[in-house]
Design a protein around this ligand. Structure first.
Ligand code: HEM
Length: 217
């Protein structure tokens, strides 16, 4: 989401408080889940904490993040801010916008080209972000939480585990989501740092305000 600062800028409110609270609890929680998850899976190789402590922490943080997810979901469902997630209905327009953004990240940015996406209150995401965040929040995060819940108490959820294809399938899906998030937690802050200055989007996720180029009247 980088942007070339050439003309006058203005501050617009893009990240409402519930989204920011959800986001930073979620970010810290995911880091903790990844670390405790590694400890649980590679108990013989890693010595961050005891296996018991790792399991306890992993369970509690998992439940905290499931509850936290509903702050994000309910906020968007019950406010008009859901518009930031409305998909572009013309597939061609969406495809062209995504390609333009990919070309910028892979090539244009190294030549100092301006970001093709202009942030506004209801269009804070570029087509790539909009699609990625929707898939992550509506598919991968729920899948990670759901499989985690099943693994937490295999007896209680025996029926659901069978329906899902057995313990091995549930555990494999949980680990695949874990691998995805381990990569995501590196790539996502990197992409968020592609701005002038690099701290711009991080500050916005803390204060709520994004600095954008002023549109001519
Ligand atoms: C070290 C951890 C993280 C950092 C530094 C970070 C940073 C940021 C920043 C700066 C933004 C602002 C918008 C942008 O530029 O994309 C953002 C938005 C977002 N991040 Fe993260 N993030 C982290 C972890 C995560 C994790 C673990 C998830 C999901 C599992 C996540 C999901 C999102 C989503 C969905 C948005 C858009 C929120 C909305 O406005 O609805 N982030 N993040």
């Amino acid at each position: 989401m980088a942007q070339q600062a050439s003309g006058a800028t203005e501050r617009i409110y893009v990240h409402p408080l519930p989204v920011r609270v959800w986001h930073w609890i979620n970010a810290l929680g995911f880091i903790a889940l990844i670390l405790t998850g590694i400890q649980i899976r590679y108990v013989d190789l890693v010595g961050l904490m005891s296996f018991r402590t790792a399991v306890h922490l992993h369970n509690w943080i998992g439940f905290l993040l499931i509850a936290n997810f509903f702050i994000w979901l309910l906020f968007y469902l019950f406010t008009d801010k859901i518009r930031v997630y409305h998909p572009e209905l013309s597939p061609m327009k969406h495809f062209r916008g995504t390609l333009r953004q990919l070309r910028y990240y892979g090539y244009g940015i190294f030549r100092g080209d301006p970001n093709p996406h202009h942030v506004s209150v209801y269009r804070k995401f570029n087509p790539l972000q909009s699609m990625a965040y929707q898939i992550i929040m509506m598919l991968v995060v729920p899948l990670q939480f759901f499989t985690g819940l099943l693994l937490w108490d295999l007896h209680r959820f025996a029926g659901a585990v069978q329906l899902f294809g057995g313990v091995r399938v549930v555990a494999t899906v949980h680990v695949l989501c874990f691998i995805f998030f381990t990569g995501f937690i590196l790539v996502h802050p990197y992409l968020a740092s592609l701005a002038h200055p690099p701290s711009r989007h991080f500050k916005a996720m803390i204060t709520g305000y994004e600095e954008v180029e002023k549109k001519p009247d």
